[in-house]
Design a protein around this ligand. Sequence first.
Ligand code: NAP
Length: 294
Amino acid sequence: MTARIIDGKTIAADLRGKITDAVHRLRRDRGIVPGLAVVLVGGNAASEVYVRNKSKAVAEAGMHPLDLHLPDSVSAAELLQQIARLNADPAVNGILVQLPLPAHIDARKVIATVDPAKDVDGFHPLNVGRLASGLPGLVPCTPMGCVMLAQAVHPVLAGLEAVVIGRSNIVGKPVAQLLLAENATVTIAHSKTQDLPSVCRRADLLIAAIGRPEMVRGDWIKPGATVIDVGINRIPREGGKSRIVGDVAYAEAAKVAGAITPVPGGVGPMTIACLLLNTLRAACAQNGLPVPVS
Ligand code: NAP
């Protein structure tokens, strides 16, 4: 069997097109331009690239990007003050604080300071609780993208046996909650799980969010299963260069799976598209309008 490739780039581009159209209508009919503030603290090179890409995507969707770059030395009090200012600014509909933060700043406190209505990362405890309780709220972007990719193969996820490897607050736990909300039967595996290959072989839908290059092997996969690879791992290549691989051994897995996301070009593009969707959703909710893209 050769797996169908789930083309995250195309699915994300389609979603971004719908969001751009909706933003255009919002501006034309209501004079509203959704604004996203991205807060970056310090000079982490990878974070700078992420932030640049996010701001570019925001502008391409016709939204208003607002980058706030603070020095490594910024105090926790000053950062919290800046977030309070963004919370109060009606032109800012979404606030994203790029993680990781410098060690002297408590990320949990920062996340809890963001207005839950503007929490486009979906990390605020109130939004986490809403997701766990099945209430509407802002949902983390990468997990939302994973579920959309799974739905590209299985429009109905109800009854599927889903295994999520990883239990982080950013990916593993929220993706499991979303799958549960779709009535999948969900197992969350982690570093203490016994006989992980056997657990994975049960899965009709396998989501790998581990951060270990190519850990999931071909013989861990049930023939015909759908595999969503969240991992982004940079590994060295000959000549001092490097390349990006996922958490799944792609070449092996693609011979067994029914469908699989590539890395890069799978989950990554969906994360940005879902960030735009959350910003649009937040702007509509703050203006008492229905969400124009579902
Ligand atoms: P994380 O916070 O480090 O969590 C990793 C999870 O994997 C933990 O729950 C850990 O278990 C589990 N794990 C680690 N080693 C394991 C093993 N040997 N067997 C079973 N489980 C194991 O990572 P994350 O933030 O969730 O990110 C996961 C991956 O997704 C990373 O590669 C990251 O770069 C990528 N990512 C991609 C995107 C995107 O947009 N595509 C977004 C976010 C993250 P314990 O809890 O027991 O330690």
